[in-house]
Design a protein around this ligand. Structure first.
Ligand code: COA
Length: 120
């Protein structure tokens, strides 16, 4: 059985749990009506099943209902063989700044793309 665990949301982590196993999570913070996503990940073997999209939706619903947020922001870390911005665009985010800044973690080099979604 799959379920969201949001009771612990005050720690600003939303987890997607299936059969008592955490298979996805989203870490965020809220400042001045903006919810900032710091990280989102889904275990490799469960990807492309809309769990990432469900996590974004769950975090948005929490922000709207409990903190009256007006926007959600994030910086996509896109490596050369992924098109991560597509995932966020599918979920209503738009590019606000493609500064062409890079981040090198010693294994991969990522393009940093600032994205935002306004909440109506
Ligand atoms: C990014 C991530 C959280 C997406 O989770 P997911 O559960 O696989 O995503 P969904 O199934 O909800 O995907 C929704 C759509 O986005 C697409 N998509 C998902 N991840 C994508 C990626 N990395 N690149 C391009 N498209 C992607 C899916 O194909 C799907 O497209 P469709 O609706 O046309 O079929 C997951 O791939 C992941 O954990 N990646 C590694 C960690 C990471 O890069 N996190 C982001 C840090 S900024």
């Amino acid at each position: 059985m799959s379920t969201f665990f949001t009771k612990n949301i005050n720690s600003n982590v939303c987890k997607f749990i299936s059969n008592q196993k955490i298979i996805g999570s989203c870490i965020f913070g809220i400042i001045d009506k903006n919810l900032r996503i710091y990280n989102i990940q889904v275990n490799k073997e469960y990807r492309n099943n809309k769990i990432g999209s469900l996590l974004l939706k769950e975090v948005e619903t929490y922000g709207k209902q409990h903190k009256n947020i007006k926007s959600i922001s994030l910086t996509a870390h896109e490596d050369s063989d992924s098109n991560l911005q597509y995932f966020y665009q599918k979920n209503g985010f738009k590019i606000v700044n493609n500064s062409l800044l890079n981040y090198d973690d010693g294994i991969n080099i990522y393009n940093l793309i600032d994205m935002k979604k306004y909440i109506s």
